[in-house]
Design a binder for this molecule. Structure first.
Ligand SMILES: C[S@@+](CC[C@H](N)C(=O)[O-])C[C@H]1O[C@@H](n2cnc3c(N)ncnc32)[C@H](O)[C@@H]1O
Length: 159
């Protein structure tokens, strides 16, 4: 693809941190679960963003965030060329403050949720750690960690 050749000639350092096969695997996982809304934290030049966005239906949405817009803009022409840019809402900034803003803009007050959800979602700053602890302690859940991209944790309920 001419655009890709031009971009890689202009930026002779590594533009992808997720390999093509890992990206395709991500894409398949998202299709398997019929994902409609996903979030990309840490976009870099957008390679994994391209893979994940491709897996979404046309009305799917992906808030994407990175502290550096310049790198995102390196890959953006490719995302535009394949007609996927409309699904992406890129915000420049540190993920925590961008997430704070998304929550505020959408009036997402999560406090009224029931206790387990409040634990996982309400205190979203500690979300990953709390979720991992709860999943590890739950004998019904099997956890698989895969060295795909920046790392993927798959959780499956077995009973
Ligand atoms: C390994 S790269 C992501 C690669 C990308 N997901 C891919 O596979 O193509 C990590 C990215 O996270 C971004 N980043 C680091 N700290 C961040 C933060 N606090 N909030 C948002 N993005 C951050 C960096 O600027 C960098 O672009």
């Amino acid at each position: 693809m001419k655009e890709l050749r031009e971009i890689t000639a202009k930026h002779p350092w590594n533009l992808m941190t997720t390999s093509a096969d890992k990206g395709q695997f991500l894409n398949i996982l998202l299709k398997l679960i019929n994902a409609k809304n996903i979030m990309e934290i840490g976009v870099f030049t957008g390679y994994s963003l391209l893979d994940t966005t491709m897996a979404l239906p046309d009305d799917g949405k992906i808030p994407a965030m990175d502290i550096n817009r310049e790198n995102y803009e390196i890959g953006l022409p490719i995302i535009e060329k394949v007609g996927l840019a409309h699904k992406i809402d890129f915000k420049e900034g540190s993920a925590l403050s961008v997430l704070d803003q998304i929550i505020e803009d959408n009036g997402l007050v999560v406090a009224p949720l029931d206790e387990p959800l409040r634990k996982y979602v309400g205190y979203y700053r500690n979300f990953v750690m709390e979720l991992n602890k709860a999943l590890t302690a739950d004998p019904r859940i099997k956890i698989y960690q895969l060295p795909i991209g920046d790392g993927i944790t798959l959780c499956r309920r077995i009973s």
